[in-house]
Structure formats: structure tokens, C-alpha cells
Design a binder for this molecule. Structure first.
Ligand code: SF4
Length: 116
């Protein structure tokens, strides 16, 4: 059955139609970038995870973090649960790797803000 999704690759937000029974044919895209997005969204949806973790030894109590690439949507809950167990020690720098290949994905969890 054809599924309708909104493309989030750019702010235009095209309404894509993806047909899993026709080799995941994508229509409704205003540019070519919508095609791989539409196919991937049905075959293996992924997202970059952004959150915060606890930090000790700084004025702030939380430090913003994110995965440096998208992880499978099916693993997002587990990634969030793992993030909630982490406590950093200041100082930290943007790009510091907190966890390599988080939950056996290709993504690293990294720091998004300098905190001294
Ligand atoms: S299909 Fe192209 S123009 Fe439309 S939202 Fe996606 S990236 Fe933007």
C-alpha cells in the first residue's frame, strides 16, 4: 500500500508517496533528494539522536550531546536509555566522543558544547 510521508531533508517539506509494492517508487518529491529519503524512510528509517547528559564539576548540570550520524529508529529508545545513564566530568569540548559506535551502530555519541 502506498504510504505518505513528509520529506524532512529541506524545509520545503514535500508530501512524498512511497510504493513498497513498486520497488519503493517515490512520487511527490520536488527534487531528487527526496527519492533516497523516501526509500530509506520505509526500508530502514534512521534519525540523529539529540539529548543531554548529566555533567559534574561545571556550572551547568546538563551537557548537550548527539549522535554524529543517524541511528536506526528501532534503536532510538535504547540509545536514549543509555544516554540517561551517562555522567560526564567537566571540562568537555565540542566533538569529544563519549561512546564509540553506540549500541553497535556506526554512530558515536559526541559532546555538542564546550563546558569548562
Ligand atoms: S523532495 Fe527535495 S525539495 Fe522536497 S522536501 Fe525533500 S529535499 Fe526538499
Amino acid at each position: 500500500m502506498v504510504q505518505e510521508i513528509i520529506c524532512i531533508v529541506c524545509p520545503r517539506g514535500c508530501h512524498l508517496k512511497v510504493d513498497p509494492e513498486n520497488d519503493y517508487e517515490v512520487t511527490g518529491n520536488s527534487c531528487p533528494r527526496g527519492i533516497p529519503y523516501g526509500k530509506a524512510e520505509l526500508k530502514n528509517p534512521t534519525r540523529v539522536v539529540t539529548s543531554t547528559v548529566k555533567i559534574k564539576g561545571a556550572d551547568l548540570t546538563r551537557c548537550p550531546v548527539k549522535t554524529d550520524q543517524a541511528v536506526p529508529k528501532a534503536k532510538m529508545q535504547e540509545v536514549m536509555e543509555l544516554i540517561n545513564t551517562i555522567t560526564l566530568e567537566a571540562p568537555v569540548r565540542v566533538g569529544d566522543v563519549i561512546t564509540k559506535r553506540i549500541l553497535d551502530t556506526d554512530a558515536n555519541l559526541v559532546v555538542c558544547r564546550d563546558i569548562s
